[in-house]
Design a protein around this ligand. Structure first.
Ligand code: AMP
Length: 542
């Protein structure tokens, strides 16, 4: 596919994914084949996307939203989410996507920290925002996608606004360094951090969509990730459309029958999904696979968590397909390390570095370690889709870089042939089915319950989810730890944070292990849960 990605110094992602595709003669080509959870289909051309994202850009202008201001969508997978994403980038706004499962604390942290001006959501989800709105002074406008008329002067109707907005919009010539997409990521301490990207990231997203995923003019690509996370925006929107590739979007959740039906019937050629989903497919009744014709499917890629060799072996025998694991994170914006066609797969390894990407395995003191040694997975700073800051937290951003290396927070080792092998996180962040969960955030939310005096949260290995969340709680004297209380705890976490963060087990402890400064020792909790040696416990005070 030979066409210049950057034309006339125009780096604007919204422009590149829509207008530029129309100018390249793809106006009538299907950009998006949309399926509802019940598999009703609607097709949208690049010209449709261009028109509707222009309308959204115009309506933002009409509302006085300017370059550099922050807005979010808070929606389940929906066409409006995608249109708002592209349209706001056209105006050079900073645009974020909030996972539709988020509870009030998760919303408040993100909308508050970013001083978001506008949120696009739907009626049922708006209730969550209404409850915290008085704590969000910067939030001026809410747009609801499913009301026909405005509800008030600042709670407006999407259909109404869009109908009134013009379909033409002159996108400003946007520099590579102009801020673009904002995704919050959870750490092991403190509040989630706003990972800010720039329009120039499109170079890496486009390049990897073509060189790793192998996307070309005739492909039908399906990325199952939710747009609330980086994979859903980098590869469910930007990368493929920057190349003019048709994407399938299915707005339902995991459903083996529907998924396989779509893969077969729609003749998907490249599929990007997650290890947990693949493990779920592996557990389905084998009859589901009888007679399945996936001849047109060239390859499957996965991301987000380690891909265990069993899944690769299952896919070879059951689907007759290779699965190529890829590695990246919110901060890297695009794939950095990957297995890909033409490079033999070593099952269990994340693959090799992409051209132009220089990973290193470093000791804690910054020494570069030789092949075979375990250490911090680092990347030489300066790749095109490198995040530009943690919003309002430049010191945290700077702390991630040392001597020109970016510290990813992952531990890994490299073999003599340049393959990288994931070992785990260097911090306590939990990766459950590809979602990062902060133990700190869950612990803090647990302490909001009057019954709970202390809490400690860890992640432990899980066969399906990679890791699962386990909560230890110390209950106030005189209170009984009943099934009702456990249910209350789970609901509370879902309401405050998200369903992803719900502890799979809640265990009561008389006393939580703490160090001399009173900090809960998660390492000790984990070792005890797993029946392992807790290592150095000289600072333990129980
Ligand atoms: P996020 O920033 O939420 O996208 O999460 C990124 C983190 O997910 C990485 O730092 C890794 O810990 C993990 N991760 C992503 N891809 C892989 C992979 N292929 N293998 C192992 N872990 C992965």
């Amino acid at each position: 596919m030979s066409y210049e990605l950057i034309q006339n110094n125009q780096y604007n992602i919204g422009h590149i994914c829509t207008k530029q595709q129309c100018e390249a003669g793809r106006g009538k080509k299907t950009a998006m084949r949309w399926f509802s959870p019940r598999l009703e289909r609607s097709d949208y051309t690049f010209s449709d996307l261009e028109g509707s994202s222009n309308r959204f850009a115009n309506l933002l202008k009409g509302l006085g939203i300017a370059k550099g201001e922050v807005l979010f969508t808070f929606l389940p997978k929906s066409t409006e989410q995608i249109v708002a994403f592209l349209g706001s980038l056209k105006v050079e706004c900073i645009t974020g996507t909030l996972f539709s499962n988020f509870g009030e604390d998760s919303l408040l942290d993100r909308l508050g920290d970013s001083a978001a001006r506008l949120v696009v959501t739907r009626k049922s989800l708006y209730r969550k925002i209404e409850r915290i709105r008085d704590q969000l002074p910067a939030l001026r406008t809410i747009i609801l996608t499913d009301v026909a008329a405005d509800l008030s002067a600042d709670v407006l109707s999407w259909p109404h606004l869009m109908a009134d907005a013009s379909e033409t919009f002159a996108v400003p010539v946007t520099t590579a360094d102009t801020p673009s997409v904002l995704h919050y990521t959870s750490g092991s301490t403190g509040k989630p951090k706003g990972v800010l990207h720039r329009h120039g990231s499109v170079l890496q997203q486009s390049h990897t969509a073509s060189e790793v995923l192998g996307l070309g003019e005739d492909d039908l690509f399906w990325c199952t990730a939710d747009q609330g996370w980086v994979t859903g925006t980098s590869y469910g929107i930007i990368g493929p459309w920057s190349l003019g590739v048709t994407q399938l979007h299915y707005s339902g959740g995991y459903d083996a029958g529907h998924w396989l039906d779509l893969l077969q019937r729609e003749r998907v050629t490249v599929w990007y999904t997650a290890p947990t989903a693949l493990r779920m497919l592996m557990r389905e009744e084998q009859e589901l696979y009888q007679g399945l014709d996936l001849n047109h499917l060239k390859q499957i890629f996965s991301v987000g968590e380690p891909l265990n060799p069993e899944v690769i072996i299952w896919s070879r025998s059951c689907l007759d397909k290779e699965i190529y694991d890829t590695w990246f994170q919110t901060e890297t914006g695009a794939i950095m390390i990957a297995n890909r066609p033409g490079v033999p797969i070593r099952p269990g390894s994340m693959g090799t570095a992409l051209p132009g990407i220089e990973p290193g395995i470093l000791a804690d003191d910054g020494t570069e370690l030789p092949a075979g040694s375990q250490g911090n997975l680092c990347l030489k700073a300066g790749w095109d889709s490198m995040f530009i800051t943690y919003l309002n937290n430049d010191s945290a951003y700077r702390s991630k870089f040392r001597d020109g290396w970016y510290y990813t927070g992952d531990m890994a080792w490299q073999d003599r042939d340049g393959y990288y092998w994931f070992l785990g996180r260097s911090d306590d962040v939990i990766n459950t089915s590809g979602h990062l969960v902060s133990p700190f955030e869950v612990e803090s939310a647990l302490l909001e319950l009057p019954e709970i005096a202390e809490s400690g949260v860890i992640g432990v290995p899980d066969e399906l989810l990679f890791e699962k969340v386990i909560a230890f709680v110390h209950i106030d004297a005189g209170i009984e730890f009943t099934a009702e209380l456990e249910l209350k705890i789970r609901l509370h976490i879902a309401n405050r944070l998200s369903s992803v963060a719900i502890p799979q087990e809640v265990l009561q402890l008389e006393r939580l292990p703490k160090n001399k400064s009173g900090k809960i020792m998660r390492r000790v909790l984990k070792a005890r849960y797993l029946g392992l040696d807790a290592g150095d416990i000289s600072t333990l005070e129980e």
